[in-house]
Design a binder for this molecule. Structure first.
Ligand code: DC
Length: 215
């Protein structure tokens, strides 16, 4: 079984996806964490590297996924990804890398391989459109930008990551625009996706709506 949950930054995808994966007893794949992990490992400006340098660097990376539901663990070169990938700066770097066809191709293969080996809930931007077009259930979460910035700020604060709300709004706006308008695999709902506007819904209500759809 493959379930996809796509949507913009700060919409609450991670918390909701983890809860749904736990209830469904399937592995949870955070595809954004793959882009973030690469961004942190390659460093600032890597999105401007010549193709052969990027290609060579990518040969050194291997992703694996262990466990199910809340105990799912994504590994990069056999090591868990560090909390440092969660900052909004790394989010912007990840979005910059996400515009590069070579990076998307490599991650697409890695993501599809992980989905071939197990039942999976995959969360990201293009899971329902490009990576798993044959998924059994597809969801797309939306929420208004002010609400998303606030949710993201609260999430970062809970992880003790310093963030300035005004900076966060600016970075998220940039990231959203870039993710929605890039030429390959832009953020958009799959034709068959069930779209949920979560602006005035609690997390519990969103999880219940998703579970009801799959009952
Ligand atoms: O979901 P996230 O905020 O952790 O994602 C970080 C960035 O990674 C996002 O702004 C764009 C990129 N990304 C992507 O291009 N495709 C995905 N499937 C997931 C993330």
């Amino acid at each position: 079984m493959i379930i996809t949950i796509d949507g913009p930054a700060g919409v609450g995808k991670t918390t909701i996806s983890l809860a749904v994966a736990e209830k469904m007893r399937v592995a949870y794949l955070d595809s954004g964490a793959m882009f973030r992990g690469l961004a942190l490992a390659l460093g600032s400006g890597s999105w401007n590297w010549p193709e052969n340098r990027l290609l060579e660097a990518m040969e050194g990376f291997c992703f694996s996924l262990n466990g199910v539901g809340g105990a799912s663990s994504l590994l990069l070169n056999n090591r868990p990804l560090s909390e440092a990938i969660r900052s909004e700066t790394i989010g912007v770097w990840a979005s910059n890398l996400g515009r590069i066809p070579l990076i998307r191709d490599k991650l697409k293969k890695a993501q599809q391989d992980l989905g071939r080996e197990r039942d999976l809930l995959a969360e990201g931007r293009d899971m329902g459109t490009v990576i798993f077009p044959e998924a059994d259930y597809k969801f797309f979460l939306e929420a208004d930008p002010a609400q998303r910035a606030k949710r993201r700020w609260l999430q970062l604060r809970a992880m003790s990551v310093q963030a300035d709300l005004a900076e966060l709004v600016k970075d998220m706006r940039l990231r959203d625009k870039q993710d929605r308008t890039r030429s390959i695999a832009p953020l958009l709902p799959a034709r068959e996706a069930y779209i949920l506007d979560t602006t005035s819904m609690t997390q519990k209500e969103v999880i219940e709506a998703i579970m009801a759809r799959m009952a």
